[in-house]
Write a protein that binds this ligand. Structure first.
Ligand SMILES: [Zn+2]
Length: 200
């Protein structure tokens, strides 16, 4: 994995290294990551291969990772449990809930690729365009990842925003969390209300 990520993630989340193994079996006998938030799929050292088939839905919001392939993330923890999410917003939730697992690799959809379904790129190698006119996923302040810095800069020239590294994009995801959650909650409530109306 990328060296910068190895150094900077523990700096963000505190020293996780010692905590990783004790709770790796999902033991309910210790305090720590609540069982309902532990990644549910079996350990998979190559979770990033065919990740959409393995992790079709975001566990935190229920959205389709195929539909939001361009924004999806995959967090690989040190015990080989992995969490596939729809977006950086939900990836940030995974990281904050799984406090007893060390993230060893984090992947994100590469918008520099022309593929119909974007391939994954290691976040340490990605450039994030934050705050551009491009639509965000689970956020009003979009954060779009590019595996090629030139593509990120071209997108910035066309759409505004700022090109940053993963650590800053993640920090922005946490900073935006309060407003985004409030807005998403309203939207989902409205959607449920409309669905109920259509049924009746
Ligand atoms: Zn999600």
């Amino acid at each position: 994995m990328d060296r910068r990520l190895a150094i900077s993630l523990p700096a963000l989340f505190g020293s996780l290294a010692a905590a990783g193994s004790a709770s790796a079996q999902g033991s309910a006998t210790t305090d720590g990551t609540p069982a309902q938030f532990m990644p549910k799929r079996p350990a998979d050292a190559a979770a990033q291969v065919n990740d959409i088939e393995k992790f079709p839905k975001c566990p935190y919001c229920g959205m389709s990772r195929r539909q939001f392939h361009h924004a999806r993330m995959l967090v690989q923890y040190s015990d080989h449990l992995a969490d596939g999410t729809c977006s950086l917003h939900c990836g940030a939730i995974s990281l904050s809930l799984n406090i007893d697992r060390e993230p060893v690799a984090i992947w994100v959809g590469d918008n520099a690729a022309a593929d119909e379904v974007k391939p994954l790129v290691d976040v340490g190698k990605a450039s994030f365009l934050v705050g551009s006119k491009l639509a965000g996923v689970m956020t009003g302040n979009s954060k779009v990842a590019y595996g090629d810095p030139a593509a990120a800069n071209a997108a910035r020239a066309a759409n505004g925003g700022e090109v940053v590294k993963f650590e800053q994009a993640l920090l922005a995801a946490y900073t935006d969390m309060a407003q985004d959650v409030s807005r998403i909650r309203k939207n989902r409530e409205e959607r449920r209300r409309r669905a109920m109306e259509q049924k009746s």
